[in-house]
Write a protein that binds this ligand. Structure first.
Ligand code: 3PG
Length: 402
């Protein structure tokens, strides 16, 4: 795909699809990572004389203007991070946007209002795509984390303008490529989370790519139940037992080492401060639930990690939000971080709760790469072709490592 290396921004109007969908609590942005990672692309384009028109969705306003979902406050945060004036325009298409673009000078930065204020965005309405495209000469997509959505601003617009990948997009694709498409082996994956049903495609695809697959979180309970263990009142999906068995059989057939917990931390109630015990997975009593992996499983996993060269991590291994059930996730994450810092392991993490879990374990910055994407990271791990990337030239799976 085409990167900014092949783009001459001087004097060009550049429609930059960013992902400004940042977490906001009580009106305050609680995590600026996405904005910080986007800043180099904007700086590069503006410093080279481009006129940068930033578009993004924010939250899910369902095709109507919702004042609390305006990008206005987020554009202020962007201006602070860039150390540069950013003009906010309260519409993303139509006369207000057109006038603001017409008044731009080389090096200026605009942020347009939330694209999802129009129903045409999520419908990928060709009219909406054309209206966005008509604002600019060039399209740069830097929103890997929204690339799994075929929306007007992520996919449709690229049919009308020469399209390029921004620096963050390039970095995300390079890191994922190096981890899964062309990894240094042995390569392993840690997949945690609550449900097998939501990670079925992911597990099946991972099995084909990795040498070791460790399953944790409540998902592991479903596998344990499928093996015939009684899991008490642990969260699990009874309807997925056959599926879990099929996954185990597939792993065996492919020579993929599928690692499940051998011991667990159990509690009688799902609450902080509830009494806990550590038991082998064969001894989970009725009325108790598994909420974390136990110390023997931690030892087993850390030993497996030491044999790997590459690790992909998605999802926590226990209820990390509620200590002491963060112990297992913390310990394994800290070992992954130690090995990574020592240059022995390349660790790529991302998706959903993973970033919070690694931050909670104080190792977020010790991984080789942490993706800012949630759903897009998962779809990538599922082996899907992401519509926002297809339009940048070739499919992402053909991208060469950085
Ligand atoms: C994300 O936060 O994962 C992306 O911004 C996509 O948001 P969405 O799930 O609302 O499409």
């Amino acid at each position: 795909f085409r990167t900014l290396d092949t783009l001459a921004p001087q004097g060009q109007k550049i429609l930059l699809r960013a992902d400004l969908n940042v977490p906001v609590r009580d009106g305050i942005i609680s995590d600026l990572t996405r904005i910080e990672r986007l800043a180099p692309t904007i700086k590069e384009l503006a410093d080279k004389g481009g006129r940068v028109i930033v578009v993004s969705h924010f939250d899910r306003p369902k095709g109507k203007p919702v004042p609390e979902m305006s990008l206005a406050p987020i554009s202020e945060a962007l201006a602070r991070i860039l150390g540069k004036k950013v003009t906010f325009v309260p519409d993303c298409i139509g006369p207000a946007a057109q006038d603001a673009v017409a008044a731009m000078k080389d090096g200026d930065v605009l942020v347009l209002e939330n694209t999802r204020f129009y129903p045409g965005e999520e419908k990928n309405d060709p009219e909406m795509a054309r209206a966005l495209a008509s604002l600019a000469d060039i399209y740069v997509n830097d929103a890997f984390s929204a690339a799994h959505r075929a929306h007007a601003s992520t996919e449709g617009v690229a049919h009308h303008l020469p399209s390029f990948a921004g620096r963050l997009m390039e970095m995300e694709l390079g890191a994922l490529e190096a981890a899964l498409e062309n990894p240094e082996r042995p390569v392993g994956a840690i997949v945690g989370g609550a449900k097998v049903s939501t990670k079925l495609d992911l597990l099946n695809n991972m099995l084909e790519k990795v040498d070791m697959l460790a399953v944790g979180g409540a998902m592991a309970n479903t596998f344990l139940a499928a093996q015939g263990f009684s899991v008490g009142k642990s969260l699990r999906e009874e309807e997925m037992l056959d599926t879990a068995r099929a996954i185990m059989a597939k792993a065996e057939g492919r020579g993929c080492d599928l690692v499940l917990p051998v011991d667990v931390v159990i509690a009688s109630d799902f609450m902080a401060g509830a009494p806990t015990e550590i038991v082998p997975v064969s001894e989970i009593p009725d009325g108790w639930m598994a909420l974390d992996i136990g110390p023997e499983t931690v030892a087993l996993l850390t030993e497996k990690l030491r044999k790997l060269k590459t690790l992909v991590w998605n999802g926590p291994l226990g209820v990390f939000e509620m200590p002491p059930f963060d112990t297992g996730t913390n310990a394994v994450a800290q070992e992954a971080a130690r090995l990574t810092k020592a240059g022995k392991l390349r660790t790529v993490a991302g998706g959903g709760d993973t970033v919070s879990a690694l931050r909670h374990a104080h190792v977020l910055h010790d991984m080789s790469y942490v993706s800012t994407a949630g759903g897009a990271f998962l779809e990538w791990l599922e082996g899907k072709v992401l519509p926002g990337i297809v339009m940048l030239g070739e499919t992402a799976h053909d991208v060469a490592p950085l």
